[in-house]
Write a protein that binds this ligand. Sequence first.
Ligand code: AMP
Ligand code: GLY
Length: 417
Amino acid sequence: MRILLLGSGGREHALAWKLAQEAEVMCAPGNPGIAEDCECRAISLEDQSAVEQLCQELQPDLVVVGPEAPLIAGLGDRLRRAGFSVFGPSEAGARLEGSKAFAKDLMREHGVTTAEFSTFEDPELAAMYARAHFEGGRQVVVKASGAALGKGAIVCSSLEEAEDAIRMMMVDGELGDAGRTVVIEERLSGPEFSLLTICSGAHFASLPVSQDYKRALNGDRGPNTGGMGSYSPVGWVNQELVRQTEDEVVKPMLDALQMHAIDFRGVLFSGLILHGSRPYCLEYNVRFGDPETQTVMMRLGSGLADALLAAAEGRSFESPEVLDNAAVTVVIASGGYPGAVKKGLPIELPVDVPQGVKLFHAGTATADARLVTSGGRVLGVTASAPTLEEARILAYETARQVRFEGARYREDIAILT
Ligand code: AMP
Ligand code: GLY
């Protein structure tokens, strides 16, 4: 099987690494780490005709779209019209991630358990709604409706914070068009987990549950990021809770999509919080999570390529094999992330990477034959071991040996309290 994988982040590196064990993989545009695992082609995913041309040239059996932006822009539809099998939903399906207002409306309409909410285009009405919540002793989360690279949700402990978030998004326009419409929802409390589900219309199979660390700093402090680390398995999420989540969050949404004539072929990523004893859906994404994927790929045996191909072709499939191991990913970020970061800083990698550890590149580039930083999240160190504790120790031992100016990572990934 020949696969063309589209994307250039840590998630795509993990997918490339795993899929290359089962198929011939090429990646576009890729990054320096991916280029060590498969051939890369330098094109921009924003240039849809260039992507289509590349498909014509390579004639892949399967195209896997990594990031959400091209899906939201309709790349999946375009490639399917050109006759290719694409793992990644249509533009209509990708609205689930591209518009939180749309996703929340659909959740409400189809009985998916989710926080109570309202959608606003007027900052004053938004502030009034937030005020009513705080006066009633409740807190809120202010969310940009559009896709904002995982940085569009602001969890507010005070009315002042909510007003600032509303102003930042709706008046100052700091998130661009993504923040012109906001969803304000009730703040829930509880532990969170991520469920990645491979979907082929109504047929689906969930991958092992993982947990992501969204906040920038130790102890879940600081701003939300794209994700600073992850681990799997998540001990407190048992099979029954997975089944309940599938019944109450995954299935109703797949049914809803089908009722809207959307044949969803891709990953439905449910971001969940256990509030009370029920899994509430915080959000859906329409692609693999980052850095959940790095961890989850380390836990899979064989069968991923076949499952993705079958889903892309609209067939049912066997669940990929899950290993009896544990995996931990520690993300090494540039100083200042998730704010502005310096780029082009030389990176020093460990001389020997221990067995069971893989360095997944995210924001790296090559300049003058040297590996340099090129983004906020630079590298992920993913370790696999028989137990979570061993995997964590192994990941941190390796992370300490990755050096560049300003490099930082959370020190509490997979430390269970
Ligand atoms: P989202 O982009 O919607 O997944 O939100 C990002 C993060 O914000 C989540 O992983 C949670 O940590 C937090 N969050 C989002 N919505 C809520 C909510 N209703 N209650 C509490 N925390 C939330
Ligand atoms: N780690 C969360 C995300 O991929 O959106």
